[in-house]
Design a protein around this ligand. Structure first.
Ligand code: NCD
Length: 330
């Protein structure tokens, strides 16, 4: 594993499977009455959020705390960033505080890369979503969810998603979740199809390792997982489709379309969901939709990432599933 996690494209198959397997071990901690390991005691994790977030920020915070790290939450609103402070000066402040890892979400694509390569900070940098570029831990928690649901409960045996058909639907153009998923899922051997109106397909998509379709009905019947994406209005400066009703009719998932999916197939959504737009309430609340499970799995994945980046050379837990030294055993 590299020192930073900036892009899902940086992960080899072995790296990805190691993170997924480690997350399986971490998930076992969540089943205990005391959900805590002492692994990162004395280490400091800073959550540096320049963009709004619910799930990702809370999840990184829970993950760091479950590993006993000290957590500093920094959100740009209410900080000196709103007084014009630069990324560099913010980074130097974090370095002065002794941050061992900086988890950064930023509206500009490339901000985490800049932080990791600038020399401003000495710790690990984790990309928690940068502009329309990447969101690697989201792709990892999505792959973890698919592996558990599609490969089986005992998935922590180095297995990947070889041959599974994954369909990603919606605002691909603005989606860092889609980009990271395409990289990671193809690394894990899955076949990915992107479905969107032509206006929401990025230029150069023909060079991506996936198929593109403009017709959702033609692919739902053969998909093992259908991942619905939010229409990201905050990143749109023009009209990309005629009306919301038209979009929902052609690219939304309702009960009727879901019924065409194979029986074992799952519906995924990274959140936040726009019910009635890309997904109906009926689908969002159905047992086939893994949105809430994805949030739970996000904590295990982020524990695994922090643990591995901050120098976890030993297994997080022993083979029997009991910690080498848990809070409970002290
Ligand atoms: C996504 C994001 O922020 O990129 N959400 C998330 O991290 N769970 C997707 C979105 O905002 O639609």
């Amino acid at each position: 594993m590299k020192r930073h996690l900036i892009s899902a494209a940086d992960l080899s198959r072995d790296d990805a499977v190691l993170i997924l397997d480690t997350a399986e071990e971490m998930a076992r901690v969540a089943d205990r009455p005391i959900k805590k390991l002492p692994t990162l005691r004395g280490r400091t994790v800073v959550n540096l959020f320049f963009e709004d977030s619910t799930r990702t920020r809370i999840s990184f915070e829970a993950a760091a705390k479950r590993l006993s790290a000290d957590v500093i939450n920094f959100s740009a609103k209410g900080s000196s960033v709103s007084k014009g402070e630069s990324l560099k000066d913010t980074a130097l402040t974090l370095e002065a505080m002794g941050a061992d890892a900086v988890v950064i979400r930023h509206g500009d694509s490339g901000a985490p890369h800049r932080l990791a390569t600038s020399g401003w900070i000495g710790g690990s940098v984790v990309n928690a979503g940068d502009g329309t570029h990447e969101h690697p831990t989201q792709a990892l928690l999505d792959a973890f969810t698919m592996r558990r649901r599609l490969v089986g409960a005992d998935a922590s045996t180095g297995q990947d998603l070889a041959g599974r058909r994954i369909t990603v639907v919606g605002d691909i153009l603005h989606s860092r979740v889609a980009r990271s998923n395409v990289h990671l899922l193809t690394t894990l051997g899955a076949d990915v199809t992107l479905v969107a109106p032509p206006t929401l397909v990025p230029i150069g998509v023909e060079n991506w390792p996936c198929e593109v379709s403009y017709d959702l009905d033609s692919v739902v019947g053969t998909s093992d997982a259908v991942m619905m994406l939010r229409v990201q209005r905050e990143r749109m400066n023009a009209a990309f489709f005629p009306t919301e009703r038209e979009y929902a009719r052609r690219y939304g998932l309702d009960g009727e379309r879901m019924a065409k999916m194979p029986e074992h197939a799952i519906v995924m959504h990274p959140g936040p969901m726009n019910r009635g737009m890309e997904i109906t309430a009926e689908v969002a609340d159905s047992p086939r939709c893994t949105a809430v499970e994805q949030v739970t799995n996000g904590v295990s994945i982020r524990m695994a990432v922090l643990y591995l980046l901050l120098g976890g050379n030993e297994p997080a837990l022993t083979a029997t599933g009991t910690s080498t030294r848990t809070e409970e055993s002290k």
